[in-house]
Ligand binder design. Sequence first.
Ligand code: NAD
Ligand code: GLY
Length: 373
Amino acid sequence: MKIRVDLNLAVNDNGYGILIDSGIISGGYNKETAAVLSSAGLNLKGKILVVTSKTVEGLYGNAVSSFLKNYGADDFDVMVLPDGESTKSLKYLSDIHDRLVENRLERSDFIIALGGGVIGDIAGFAAATYLRGINFIQVPTTLLADVDSSVGGKTGIDHPEGKNLIGAFYQPKAVLIDVGLLKTLDKRELTNGFAEVIKYGAVLDAGFFAYLESGYAKVLSYDEGALTYIIERSCGIKAEVVREDEKEAGLRSVLNFGHSLGHAIETLYNYEIIKHGEAIAIGMVFAAALSKKIGLCSEETVKRIRNLIKNSGLPTDIPDFTPEQYINAMKLDKKVSEKQIKFVLVKDIGKYEFKKLDFDFILGFLNENRKLA
Ligand code: NAD
Ligand code: GLY
């Protein structure tokens, strides 16, 4: 399956292809993959830096070397970073820059980001900032990266004061999603990525949400057909949103459903213990309950969102920080003023609404609703 993200960018840049299939990396030479690499402008005689994480290198390092050789690349280097969110830092960004300089990559050369969202975000940001921007290709290896972070061009690193505070919009030249790589992903990571899939259905596609309600168990038992379907649908939805609003001037904020509280939770946990998808799962239940509180949606809508999240094995309870800690953490969000925050709310399954809410109101609601399950 091929999806295109067509963007109204500068002349000569008409978007990029997302290829979704099983066996792209480890299945040997394939004409369709070659066509995507060629339309991405991959110069196989140029230099390539593969940036990956320790676990992924252990599992797929050899397969990726064979993959690159199969398609004719002969000058590539592999840089292995530690696993975990703390890799999305200035230190590792600077290490990637050092390696790019040492290897003398030029603007026409390529970075390949091979890994989960952490690797995609930091390697993409390194690509955006080295020589004012060199080419990069996303090869996501987690469900979260397949359905969200590898598509749409948000790249960046964290700051101790908040998540993703330093970054750039910088689009890849291609995204290669090999669904077969998910078979080694542990169940918690698979479920974590599933939270972002629920997000698309909850606020943008009621039919897809209904499919997830009946099909979540199949997806979470690693059924390749079900996984391929939800990845295709999620990328299709995301591509449409990004095509409309690449730089998040309006519509794209819908993809932040669940993220206002979710990011605050991640910040309060110092990006440890809880995973991104888990945090936004709690955030989605919270945003749905908030929508009901202001009369925007029915109890039935809240119940369906909460049940799908809970049935998938994702958390729904707000962790035990004080409401004031949450408000302070939310104030670091990029879209807040001193008194208000722009929330993505749900009107009905598949329908969203943006609303500016007073922090005082959210504080009161947090005090009333510590337990949402
Ligand atoms: P991650 O990148 O930390 O990967 C999770 C773990 O899985 C890591 O230990 C990794 O080594 C391992 N792993 C990866 N692929 C594997 C495989 N195929 N088999 C076995 N193990 C594998 O986590 P993530 O959930 O992929 O990404 C989270 C990050 O993505 C966060 O930093 C978040 O902010 C970011 N994100 C970015 C966007 C965006 O639009 N750029 C969107 C959503 C999330
Ligand atoms: N993950 C939200 C976005 O890409 O806009």
